[in-house]
Design a protein around this ligand. Structure first.
Ligand code: K1U
Ligand code: ZN
Length: 167
C-alpha cells in the first residue's frame, strides 16, 4: 500500500481524459488500494485516478461517517439523473478552495466493481454530488471550471499566493 501524490490545480495533467479500463487485473486492484489509502489519509470523501496521474476510469468514494463504506466505480456511466443541487464542494487537487456547483440531486450510475461485476447504484445528496465531481475528473474537468473566468482567475491568484507562502 502507498500514499500517492495528488496533482495540484492548475497542473495540466488534471485536464487529461481518462480511458476505460480494458481488463480489471491485480494491478487495477493495487491502484484501488493505494487510491483508497490516499483518500482516507488526505482526508477526503472521493478520489479519481486522474488526480494521482493515472488516466484510467477508476474512482473511489466513501461518504460514510465511519469511513468503512468504500465504493469503487470502474468505467462508471450515469444512466439517469434528476433534481437540482448546489452543494458546497471542495477538491483535494484545489486545497483550501470551496464553492457551489450546480449538479443533479440524484443520479443512477452503472459501473464495475474491483471483482469485475457490473452493478447499478441510485445515489442522492452528497454521494450523488461526489460521483458527479469524480466523474468530471475522469473527463479532465475540475470543479472550479464551472465558475466564471473572473472567479477562476481570482482562485488561481489565491492558490499561487498560498503556494508562495508555503515555499
Ligand atoms: O475529488 C476530490 O478531490 C475529493 C473531494 C470530493 C468532494 C467533496 C465535496 C463535494 C464533492 C466532492 C474531497 O473529498 S474534498 C475534502 C472533503 O470534502 C472532506 C474532507 C474531510 C472530511 C469531510 C470532507
Ligand atoms: Zn476533486
Amino acid at each position: 500500500m502507498a500514499i500517492l501524490k495528488i496533482l495540484q490545480y492548475p497542473d495540466e495533467r488534471l485536464h487529461k481524459k481518462a480511458l476505460p479500463v480494458a481488463q480489471i487485473t491485480d494491478k487495477t486492484r493495487a491502484l484501488i488500494h493505494d487510491m483508497a489509502e490516499t483518500m482516507y489519509a488526505a482526508p477526503g470523501i472521493g478520489l479519481a485516478a486522474t488526480q494521482v496521474d493515472v488516466h484510467e476510469r477508476v474512482i473511489v468514494i466513501d461518504v460514510s461517517e465511519t469511513k468503512d463504506q468504500l465504493l469503487v466505480l470502474i468505467n462508471p456511466e450515469i444512466v439517469a439523473s434528476s433534481g437540482f443541487s448546489d452543494y458546497e464542494e471542495g477538491c483535494l487537487s484545489v486545497p483550501g478552495i470551496y464553492g457551489k456547483v450546480n449538479r443533479a440531486e440524484s443520479v443512477t450510475v452503472k459501473a464495475l466493481n474491483a471483482q469485475n461485476e457490473s452493478f447499478v447504484l441510485e445515489a442522492h445528496g452528497l454521494l450523488a454530488v461526489c460521483i458527479q465531481h469524480e466523474m468530471d475528473h475522469l473527463e479532465g474537468k475540475v470543479f472550479v471550471e464551472y465558475w466564471s473566468k473572473l472567479r477562476q482567475t481570482r482562485t488561481l491568484a489565491k492558490l499561487k499566493k498560498k503556494q508562495r507562502s508555503t515555499m
